[in-house]
Design a protein around this ligand. Structure first.
Ligand code: SAJ
Length: 406
């Protein structure tokens, strides 16, 4: 079957929209990427990128140079519209973690005037159950003449930050349509760049499957974090315990840390809790266990600091995980911010991956931090910290939340 090239409008040029738009453009589709951030639009049109992700700069440059990708502040007519905008949470009534669909709604309203019969709208943003149908409803209300004539599907993104380009091509994809025709259309498009299996379902099942993937990980990290607190109380090494237990053929415990961060795993389980508050007991508890972990770390630092008169406490790592520059929902950042206000000593913060201009407080280089510190608080397993000469830390009081200096 000959490959059908399309004109595709991608709404949102962030960590998901930009790689997807660029990938489609390099496969020959004509792609217009739309974003409200004018600086990002200009940067992309000059062939550069405004976010950090390995090799994304090369892909964007080649997509822009081919003439198939351009960025714009406004949408235009096309064949397929892909929505890849943030879905954070917000306070709503007595629910402090209700899904905030304002970006999805705004993106839908922005494309409504450009829709034509037989267009396909694909929602990639991780969303609560029913959001794809909500998009259809918004279109129907604004353009009644298009009712039943515009297709909608949910194709949840699944890529891991740091490995986005590889996973975009290799991962299996779930495609959930509100109709069979929507599934068939979306499948044909994803086949143009995806080597993984394309798994067909309805839109609500696709929405829940994505939320379930991230909740599964959250629950399993919560188990590891709870174990770390139990082991500490019993005076047992949690890392050794987990590595021994994992030698059982059917046990695979994840790693404890200072908490769970990022814009996905710390957020998405709440969408399930919001949809089924009474039923989602384990999912809610896992979120609470993971959200409590930074406070537990802070208490441990306080206890160690109390042994000194004016301790210098060097905090190593601010990002939400290793070897990236992303500080969104970062438990490490939360811990350092809290310690800075706690008046228990001098707090130094060090992160070789964070641009000092983007840090919310002054940063200290690693060498100075190691020289001055009485207490070393390891928060992120960045390569630079893993490779440290153990001689440099042997006389320090160490709180290693990632178990890298065992
Ligand atoms: N973490 C631990 N212990 C572990 C693993 C992770 O404490 O054993 C922490 C990390 O330090 C970090 C947080 O969990 O703070 C999340 O990191 P992550 O690497 O587990 O996941 P994300 O948020 O970078 O990406 C996830 C991925 N989902 C799954 O693996 C199920 C990714 O595939 C999704 O596309 C992404 O969420 C998303 O956008 O939804």
């Amino acid at each position: 079957m000959a490959r059908e090239l399309q004109k595709i409008i991608v709404m949102g040029l962030g960590y998901i929209g930009l790689p997807t738009a660029s990938m489609l453009a390099t496969k020959g589709h004509t792609v217009v990427g739309v974003d409200v951030n004018e600086a990002a639009v200009n940067t992309i049109n000059s062939g550069r990128i405004h976010i950090i992700e390995p090799d994304l700069d090369i892909l964007v440059r080649s997509a822009v140079n081919s003439g198939n990708l351009r960025a714009s502040l406004v949408p235009e007519e096309g064949d397929t519209f892909i929505i890849a905008v943030p879905t954070p949470f917000k306070v709503e009534g007595d629910n402090p973690k209700a899904p905030d669909l304002s970006y999805v709604e705004a993106a839908t309203r922005a494309i409504v005037p450009y829709l034509r019969e037989d267009n396909l709208i694909i929602l990639e943003s991780t969303s609560p159950v029913g959001t794809t149908e909500l998009i259809e409803r918004i279109v129907r209300e604004a353009r009644p003449e298009l009712a039943g004539k515009v297709h909608a599907a949910h194709c949840p993104e699944r890529v891991l930050p740091g490995h986005i380009l590889r996973e975009l091509v290799d991962n299996d994809r779930i495609i959930g349509g509100t109709t069979k025709a929507a599934v068939a259309k979306a499948k044909a498009l994803y086949k143009t760049f995806c080597n993984g299996a394309i798994l067909e379902t309805d839109s609500k099942t696709a929405e829940l499957s994505k939320l379930v993937e991230n909740s599964f990980r959250d629950v399993n990290i919560a188990f590891a974090n709870e174990l770390s607190v139990i082991c500490d109380k019993l005076g047992i090494n949690v890392w050794e315990t987990i590595s021994l237990a994992n030698r059982h053929p059917r046990v695979n415990i994840l790693q404890p840390g200072p908490g769970v961060g990022g814009h996905c795993i710390a957020v998405d389980p709440w969408f399930i809790v919001s949809s089924a508050p009474k039923e989602a007991r384990l999912i809610r508890t896992a979120r609470e266990v993971n959200d409590d972990k930074p406070h537990w770390v802070i208490e441990r630092v306080r206890a160690k600091a109390a042994r000194f008169k004016e301790p210098v406490i060097a905090c190593l790592g601010l990002t939400f995980k290793a070897n990236i520059d992303d500080m969104r929902e970062s438990p490490s950042l939360e811990i350092v911010q809290h310690l800075r206000g706690a008046q228990i000593g001098e707090i130094l913060a060090c992160d070789p991956n964070v641009d000092p201009a983007k840090a919310p407080f002054p940063l200290t280089d690693l060498k100075t931090a190691l020289q001055k510190a009485d207490i070393l608080l390891l928060l992120v397993d960045h390569e630079e910290f893993m490779d440290l000469d153990r001689e440099l830390i042997k006389d320090k009081v160490v709180i290693d939340t990632k178990g890298v200096w065992r």
